[in-house]
Ligand binder design. Structure first.
Ligand SMILES: O=P(O)(O)OC[C@H]1O[C@](O)(COP(=O)(O)O)[C@@H](O)[C@@H]1O
Ligand SMILES: [Mg+2]
Ligand SMILES: [Mg+2]
Length: 335
């Protein structure tokens, strides 16, 4: 059977869903090409001199790894001259990056976490890239864009996706009509459609949370996990398994592949922080993918995609995955 490439798939989406503009199709191809280049650098590891940290910190006060910076540069460079974007924003840049005047400008905004799962780079565990596409305001050609223009709720995303650099290099994508997975054919250098209409099972026996933070959790999270841990003799009446990769991309990829619940909730270590993960380029794109696959995503009480952002690097609590489990955790928070 001849499989479709990403290009063929996107052209088909454009024809069948007139809602997918050519510009979005082309910008996704640029992002996918950049992910291929990042995957290539990741694959070289110590041979390519890409492991280890730099002296610098990003805007969130986190030490930058060489690959954080390299991946950011690859994405910026690939997208700058494509002509589809008005501006970009990244975990690794303090403020937005406008398309320089020497390049043509487009009508979209791109946000990304260039390298997700930084703590796993040097230990050769799956890492990835997460991205989100928003529309630029109508008057964006006549003025300089500001951070404010990016502060749109996740429900406004036009497309979202991620790449995982693991045993296989995968690209998972939504343009608002289901979730599709592509595998990089490393010999041919092309993304091939391998997973159509990905669906997350409504129920699960698998949870993902950093258990070392247990003593800091809020009571509803504690209650939910305690009940999972109680197994067949507890209120849930079944045994649960646990996985924690510490790369959101890899954990969410597992949830999209076989179900499960993923949580990085608020905790009392830094009570003023709503969570660890970032709303605009981690939680929003992942929530769009999860909802498009039939799952659910909340911050404990609210649907993540409904949150009105107030800052580019804003953090948020995350509970996402199999619908019935997310609803249970969310109910415990509301009770
Ligand atoms: O080390 P912890 O506290 O378990 O955190 C792991 C989480 O942090 C992250 O690595 C944050 O992403 P970055 O690596 O992009 O900063 C998530 O991918 C992951 O879910
Ligand atoms: Mg991340
Ligand atoms: Mg990152």
């Amino acid at each position: 059977m001849k499989r479709k490439t990403l290009t063929q798939f996107l052209i088909e989406q454009q024809r069948e869903h007139a809602a997918l503009p050519a510009e979005v199709r082309l910008l996704i191809e640029v992002v996918a090409r950049a992910c291929k280049a990042i995957g290539h650098a990741v694959g070289k590891g110590a041979l390519g001199g890409v492991l280890g940290s730099l002296e610098s910190e990003n805007v969130q006060g986190e030490v930058q790894k060489k690959l954080d910076v390299l991946s950011n540069e690859i994405l910026i460079e690939a997208n700058e001259w494509g002509g589809h974007l008005a501006a970009m924003a990244s975990e690794e840049m303090e403020t937005i990056h406008r398309i320089p005047n020497r390049y043509p400008k487009g009508e979209y905004l791109l946000l990304f976490d260039p390298l997700d799962g930084s703590s796993n780079i040097d230990v050769n565990v799956s890492i990835g890239t997460i991205f989100s596409v928003l529309r630029a305001p109508r008057d964006s050609a006549e003025r300089d864009l500001t951070e404010q223009d990016f502060l749109q709720p996740g429900s406004q995303q036009v497309a979202a996706g991620y790449a995982v650099y693991g045993p296989q290099t995968s690209l998972v994508l939504t343009v608002g009509s289901g979730v599709f997975g592509f595998t990089l054919d490393r010999e041919m250098g092309s993304w091939v459609l391998t997973h159509e209409h990905i669906r997350i099972p409504e129920d699960t026996r698998e949870f993902a949370i950093n258990m070392s933070n247990m003593r800091h959790w809020a009571p509803p999270v504690r209650r939910y996990i305690d009940e999972c841990l109680a197994g067949t003799t507890g209120p849930r009446g079944k045994d649960f398994n646990m996985r924690w990769i510490a790369s959101m991309v890899a954990d969410v990829h597992r949830v999209l592949t076989r179900g499960g619940i993923f949580m990085y909730p608020w905790d009392a270590r830094e009570p003023s922080k709503p969570g660890k993960l970032r709303l605009m380029y981690e939680a929003n794109p992942m929530s769009m993918l999860v909802e498009q696959a039939g799952g659910a995503a909340t911050d404990g009480t609210r649907r993540i995609l409904d949150i009105q952002p107030t800052a580019l690097h804003q953090r948020v609590g995350v509970v996402l995955g199999s619908r019935n489990e997310v609803e249970l955790v969310t109910r415990y928070h509301r009770e």
